[in-house]
Structures are given as structure tokens and as C-alpha cells.
Ligand binder design. Structure first.
Ligand SMILES: [Zn+2]
Length: 145
């Protein structure tokens, strides 16, 4: 049974999605989820509901992570294996950082590329698979090389 590395941050299944908090007053989404007061300075709302974010976004920035990043982005590989990190802008206007999907590296993405949210196994232990979200490049028509 696969378990998310961080509970409540994303849904699993065929069409996984990140879970954000949406302010019930101004409808602004926040990810990671927030509580307390709305972070929109023009809003005094303090109630939030869970909402699923778009599964597709565009690469806003990316990097080849040559150092160990902070949680929850830690790949539990030892020795440490560099991987690509992408900051992806969603239609909701949020930019969400995530690892690039298995089998893809910095050479497979560039700014403006469309990517899809996928859930992959980060590591496996005696409790089973532990999963996290990643960004997978969307194949572009006529882009065979
Ligand atoms: Zn608000």
C-alpha cells in the first residue's frame, strides 16, 4: 500500500492532484495548505476549504540540484544522486516546486514547457512505498529528435 511522504499534500490514483487551501472569502488558493488568516493582503478571510489544483502547468524555472534540498524534497538516495527540480506555474497563478519525474533530467525541460503532475515512489521501506509528487514533461507533437 503506497503512502504519501507528506500526508494531505496531494491525491493519489490515475489523476493525482495537489491539494491547496482556498480562501472562502476571496477564493485565492494557497499551496502548501494554509490556515489562520488569508495571505492575500486585500482580504480578511480566515476560512479555507481544500481544493485540488490543476494537474498541468508550465515550467517557470528549473535547476539541477547538486546539493541535498530540504524536506519534503529529499530523495532518499545514498549516496546522493543529483536530480532536476522544476518550479512550475499553475493556471491558478501558484508556482510549485517539485522534482522532475523519473527518467527525466534538466536536459529534458526548458522554461515554458508543459508538465504534468505525477505521483511516484520516493523510497520504499518495510511499510511499503512512500510517494511524492513530481513534474513530468508532456510530450510535444513534432518534437522527436
Ligand atoms: Zn482571502
Amino acid at each position: 500500500m503506497a503512502k504519501p511522504v507528506v500526508e494531505g499534500w496531494f491525491t493519489q490514483g490515475d489523476q493525482p492532484a495537489l491539494i491547496a487551501s482556498k480562501c472562502t472569502t476571496c477564493e485565492s488558493p494557497f499551496f502548501p495548505k494554509t490556515q489562520g488568516f488569508c495571505r492575500n493582503p486585500a482580504c480578511d478571510g480566515d476560512e479555507f476549504v481544500d481544493t485540488e489544483l490543476s494537474r498541468f502547468g508550465k515550467v517557470w524555472s528549473y535547476t539541477d540540484a547538486q546539493y541535498q534540498p530540504p524536506e519534503p524534497y529529499i530523495p532518499a538516495s545514498d549516496p546522493y544522486v543529483p536530480f532536476a527540480l522544476a518550479a512550475v506555474e499553475l493556471p491558478e497563478g501558484l508556482v510549485v516546486l517539485g522534482q522532475v519525474a523519473d527518467g527525466f533530467g534538466v536536459n529534458d525541460i526548458k522554461v515554458g514547457d508543459e508538465v504534468e503532475l505525477v505521483v511516484e515512489t520516493l523510497y520504499t521501506d518495510e511499510e511499503g512505498d512512500h510517494t511524492t509528487w513530481r513534474w513530468k514533461p508532456v510530450a510535444k507533437a513534432g518534437d522527436q529528435s
